[in-house]
Write a protein that binds this ligand. Sequence first.
Ligand SMILES: C[S@@+](CC[C@H](N)C(=O)[O-])C[C@H]1O[C@@H](n2cnc3c(N)ncnc32)[C@H](O)[C@@H]1O
Length: 347
Amino acid sequence: MPGFDTGSTLADRMRAHAGDARHLYGELIRAMADDWEAGGPARRICAGWEDAPHGAVVQLRLLAGLFRIVLTDRAPELVPFYPCLGGTAPPDTAWPVVRGVLEAHVDELHEALQTAPQTNEVGRSTALLVGLFEAVRRSGRRRVRLLEPGASAGLNLLVDKFRFVERTWQFGPADSALVLRDGVVGETDPQQFAIVDRRGCDLAPVDPSTPAGQLRLRSFIWPFHVERHKRLTAALSVASAHRVVVDQAPAGEWLERELTKPTDDDTLTVVWQSITRQYWPPGETERVRAAIHAARHDRLVAQVAMEYPADDDPTAMLTLSGLPGDALVTLARVGDHGRPVTLLATA
Ligand SMILES: C[S@@+](CC[C@H](N)C(=O)[O-])C[C@H]1O[C@@H](n2cnc3c(N)ncnc32)[C@H](O)[C@@H]1O
């Protein structure tokens, strides 16, 4: 159970999260807050979570549990409200129907609150590719070993199996199920390279080859983010043909282990990460930094990261560090879901 919060009720925190958003989740979160205060099914589902802090986003855990019920064909009456399933019904008419489904699945939805939000956003592979181009260009090495802490299902480790189509360049197999178009703003310098080894870790790896893993990833993408759902479907298809290992391990401990494994002299090791650092416990960032620093004594290790620079900074940045002669270079500003990647002129 998450930590303790005081001074506001769960309903207050739900309303603060929803604001006045008119999309399906905005409407449902406000209605759930009212229902919680009125002692309806939302109150019973959230029993024991009354003091969960804002960051635990109880309402999103509940809505993901509800979405899993819809995705497993147990609430056909809700399909008309889910745009990713073809629904077009007005979001502000959904609550009475949703309330009935909540009432029918109180125990399952209470259990669903244990599952923390987790996605694997392949839109972020556009940022990774831009970072890889720059790491390859600056290092002159064309064989890459890719390591990703906080990899979730490891989908972005398949970056070279996706197709990227930009105005002046293209990259990746023309027959890839996942085609990412027009994600980069500014001029890149595309490079040829081969990923000779790839591996990830996560505290809670998701297996994208299982129905449960796929359901978990999908249920945390908001149902009206139709393009993200399409991207996930395509990426899962690519992943079904290319298995990637994601070890269950914390970032620092795992990198200490992985970075002491032998590599060929002509290989560039790239540690890549996206939107994971903010979830790391105290000390993890320093342990990761120290592991990479130690490994640099006997090999070239570049670090490509798409992260928010500070807790209160809402703009993710793409950075490259670790190559000889280079301090940390900020390459681009990046949208939350990896697009657009807006290159900075100074990079
Ligand atoms: C928002 S998700 C991002 C996943 C993926 N990097 C992406 O961009 O789609 C954050 C991930 O970090 C993982 N994570 C959190 N703390 C971690 C840690 N200390 N070590 C490794 N992974 C961690 C979570 O389990 C989750 O899968």
